[in-house]
Design a protein around this ligand. Structure first.
Ligand SMILES: *Cc1c(COP(=O)(O)O)cnc(C)c1O
Length: 399
């Protein structure tokens, strides 16, 4: 265990040391990958006591694993929450949290610009269990109040939202939720705790696709939930244990390693994204650019108030629609044509036909995802190379 007082440490220090420091059992500087499904008890009595909850100890990796514990300790520090819980994917984290709060007859009030998989879960899967999700325009807070009733179990938002970078007012959303005695859940995947800490702004539960910036290297699928200790303990002991959407020890280790560089990566992602956003804004073949760090973003002011930086995702609409967008995506050489985001490598994709193809044409229009809408996940390469690549690709596009 580290001798450092982590309560006083700054964010970048917590990224490196928050998982617990040197392994007590072996002195290993890097937390070992405890690749074991089951754990031996010291005695029959000790085993029974662990099962009865009277003694701490590991039992079985579906219920907990030391490498997973290191990750959960770390993310709780970074989000400034009491406790964290790791899952096998972002969707496992999101679905587990929703199932833990809802039963048949419940409803959820959610903002309408969401990761496509979350939207599908809300619209296709939850209704089969008689859980209704009311997706509303979250930029007008009255819509939350107007849709909450006695069966509403939580408010769910994503900010900045995937892929339009719509910003939702976390502090005031939390006030509305608490007035109705329900929790506010925030998907914090895009900004990461480096740029936004929803729990400090009044949210109750934070969820992550750790596949993205937390892992950061495009090599792991994982999810996280962070909140009050009582809630997280219950989630671990019920839904996670019963449904079993756990993280593997190797993936937990990859996230602990990824988190060590989160602060420096996010700095570079943002610097590069801002330069790319400025470049695109001035380009004659580009109709509109969405990046919360641009003063032209409709909610730039709100972004400045609740975030300490703007992240690494830039979306834009190319003139010439789908055909022009396809030509661009087929012409880039440094950007990789792939979904996912938050990797050190730069990625480009078309939400309308890829990540957000779960939205109907009508819903896409409602949330302003047009045919020419392109999403960039700006990586940590040299920014001049990134802009040169976009420049040569845009030259090939007829608008
Ligand atoms: C990718 C993503 C998810 C889903 O996470 P998985 O790890 O792919 O299951 C959820 N929310 C947001 C904002 C995402 O970008």
């Amino acid at each position: 265990m580290s001798k450092l007082n982590l309560k006083k440490a700054q964010f970048a220090t917590l990224c490196v040391h928050g998982s617990g420091g040197v392994d007590q059992a072996t002195g290993a500087v890097s937390i070992p990958i405890y690749q074991s499904s089951t754990f031996a008890f010291q005695s029959a009595r000790a085993g029974a006591e662990i099962f009865a909850g009277e003694r701490e100890g590991y039992v079985y990796t579906r219920i907990g694993n030391p490498t997973q514990t290191a990750l959960e300790r770390e993310i709780a520090f970074l989000e400034n929450g009491e406790a964290g819980l790791a899952f096998g994917s972002g969707m496992a984290a999101i679905s587990s949290v929703i199932f833990s709060l809802c039963k048949s007859g419940s409803n959820v009030v959610a903002s309408n610009t969401l990761y496509g998989g979350t939207h599908q879960f809300f619209m296709e899967t939850l209704p089969r269990y008689e859980i209704e999700v009311r997706e509303i325009d979250g930029t007008n807070l009255d819509n939350f109040t107007d849709n909450i009733d006695e069966n509403t179990r939580c408010i769910y938002i994503e900010t900045p939202a995937n892929p339009t970078l719509t910003i939702i007012d976390i502090k005031n959303c939390a006030k509305i939720a608490h007035k109705h005695k329900i929790p506010l859940i925030v998907d914090n995947t895009f900004p990461t705790p480096y740029f936004q800490r929803p729990l400090d702004l009044g949210a109750d539960i934070v969820v992550h696709s750790a596949t993205k910036y937390i892992g950061g290297h495009g090599d792991t699928v994982a999810g996280l939930a962070i909140g009050k200790k009582d809630y997280i303990d219950e989630l671990r002991g019920t839904i996670l244990r019963d449904i079993g959407g756990i993280i593997s020890p190797l993936n937990a280790w990859l996230l602990v390693r990824g988190l060590k560089t989160l602060a420096v990566r996010m700095e570079r992602h943002e610097e590069n994204a801002l330069e790319v956003a400025k470049y695109l804004t001035l380009h004659p073949k580009v109709k509109q650019v969405w990046f919360p760090g641009l003063t032209t973003h409709p909610q730039h002011q709100l972004a400045c108030e609740q975030m300490s930086g703007f992240g690494g995702i830039v979306s834009f609409e190319i003139k010439g629609g789908r055909k022009a967008g396809e030509k661009l995506m087929n012409s880039v050489q440094l950007f990789t044509l792939a979904v996912s985001l938050g990797d050190v490598d730069s990625l480009i994709e078309h939400p309308g036909s890829m990540t957000h193809s779960t939205y109907s044409a009508e819903d896409l229009e409602k949330v302003c995802i047009s045919e020419g809408f392109v999403r960039l996940s700006v990586g940590i390469e040299d920014r001049h190379d990134l802009i040169d690549d976009l420049s040569q690709a845009l030259k090939r596009v007829d608008t």
